[in-house]
Design a protein around this ligand. Structure first.
Ligand SMILES: [Zn+2]
Length: 450
């Protein structure tokens, strides 16, 4: 089939894929979607295995190359076949489970995150295989999980069982997006996170507030303890910054080039306080990507109703998240908070660690990542058409991928700032969809000439 015919044929399959409505949170169509992908990969000539050790099957497809030279390089595409619920359905202008083309855009739940990306990759591979007697450019693998939208449940178990199968030299992450300036963004890695609660119990029940002259209440005590940990963005937990891997100069340079306008952010949210780093844009950008943070999500206790209740609360609780950088361990960080409180007369405050994940930052100088960046620059129209970020400021499961597979990670995809992943009217432009196929196709060609 011609390239155009393949594009059309895979678009039709993508419509079926979106129709499947694979919402992991509701365990909707999960088995059926894994089977659907098994069929797609098999038709394409892959050796497919569907692992069902866990409630959410993992689909693995292997396309080994013909020669030892070509097999020396392995590329792994990571995607997920699950999506977010479509709610609120009323806000969709077209049916979320029907791939709809309108005004140069494709609409449908999962088109940007990340069903469209998988089909961009499959179309590129199909075109390459057709043009090369069925032989892939290098060893190619696809790993498609079914529970990404619910914290990748079971993925770690699959890694522990089968990570030898998934070994690769470069991991292409599930999706990616253009930035607000229209540059294609290639990102490596994520910050980590440590989530915990601090709680204080000062008595068996609330007291009359006349007792405040002689008794410290749980809420004051909790706030005093919290204050001892943090002042104006500076985290004063003993050992908190220990072991942090400083960003390289090149990573810093990439951060400085990032499209990020503090002014705009300030206007958008009508910020009342200056940035923690002052007005130095480079410092703000470095902190955004490379500095750990300590956020209080909420605090509660005592009387929170209208008017007055003269009560001395016996209980208070506050929730926190710390964004972490490479070199920090989420549980260890929560433990350091407990030690700090203990050593500063707040031993009674309870630290309840709830969840965490480590950070991972790609070396954007890794040769295969460099090759991907160069390919994207050629396809999209020059060095300025691509923005390279060593990490995103958000959190994701990239640490586990690197930990088990020992390969650098790069995210590249077909989204844009108004794609609305997880939101109603999720969309990508047809132009970005076609460019996505082009860039992966060109990457295959360049890899075959290594
Ligand atoms: Zn996703």
């Amino acid at each position: 089939m011609s390239e155009q015919q393949n594009i059309a044929a895979y678009q039709a399959k993508l419509a079926q894929y979106i129709k499947l409505g694979s919402v992991s949170a509701q365990y909707q169509q999960i088995q059926a979607t894994a089977q659907f992908l098994q069929g797609i990969f098999t038709q394409l000539g892959g050796q497919v295995q569907v692992f069902s050790d866990h409630k959410f099957p993992l689909v693995f497809a292997d396309f080994p190359a013909a020669t030892p030279a070509a097999n020396a390089t392995t590329l792994l595409f990571y995607n997920h076949y699950d999506v977010q619920p479509a709610d609120p359905i009323d806000l969709w202008q077209t049916d979320p489970w029907t791939l709809t083309k309108r005004d140069g855009k494709f609409f449908g739940r999962g088109i940007a995150d990340c069903k469209g990306d998988l089909f961009v990759r499959l179309t590129a591979l199909k075109n390459y295989l057709d043009a090369h007697a069925g032989q892939p450019p290098v060893h190619i693998k696809f790993l498609v999980e079914g529970a990404e939208e619910i914290a990748s449940q079971g993925l770690q178990d699959y890694f522990e069982q089968y990570s030898d199968l998934f070994k690769s030299d470069l991991i292409i992450w599930e999706s990616g997006s253009k930035n607000e300036r229209g540059q294609l963004r290639i990102t490596g890695g994520n910050k980590g996170i440590s989530c915990f609660e601090l709680s204080a119990d000062s008595a068996s029940r609330d007291l009359h507030s006349s007792n405040a002259a002689i008794i410290d209440g749980a809420l004051w005590h909790l706030i005093d303890g919290i204050s001892s940990l943090h002042q104006h963005g500076k985290i004063s937990v003993n050992g908190f910054y220990d072991g942090i891997a400083a960003p390289t100069q090149r990573a810093k340079n990439l951060a400085h080039k990032m499209y990020f306008a503090p002014e705009q952010l300030s206007r958008l949210y009508e910020l009342k306080y200056p940035f923690l780093q002052g007005s130095d844009e480079d410092k703000i950008k470095e902190a955004y990507l490379f500095a750990p943070s300590f956020n209080m999500e909420g605090i509660s206790g005592g009387y929170e109703g209208t008017s007055v209740k003269t009560v001395l609360p016996a209980h208070g609780v506050a929730k926190f998240d710390m964004r972490l950088v490479p070199g920090q361990d989420p549980a260890e960080v929560a433990h350091k908070v407990a030690v700090q409180l203990h050593d500063n007369h707040f031993a009674d405050l309870k630290v309840n660690y709830t969840m965490g994940v480590k950070a991972y930052r790609s070396d954007m100088d890794a040769p295969l990542i460099q090759q991907l960046i160069a390919t994207a620059q050629t396809v999209y129209g020059g060095a300025d058409s691509v923005e390279v970020l060593p990490t995103s400021a958000g959190t994701g499961p990239s640490y586990n991928f690197n930990h088990y597979l020992h390969a650098p990670i790069a995210a590249i995809g077909i989204g844009n700032p108004t794609s609305g992943a997880h939101a109603p009217n999720e969309n990508v432009t047809e132009a970005d969809y076609l460019m996505g196929i082009k860039v992966i196709s060109q990457f295959f060609t360049n890899l075959s000439q290594r």
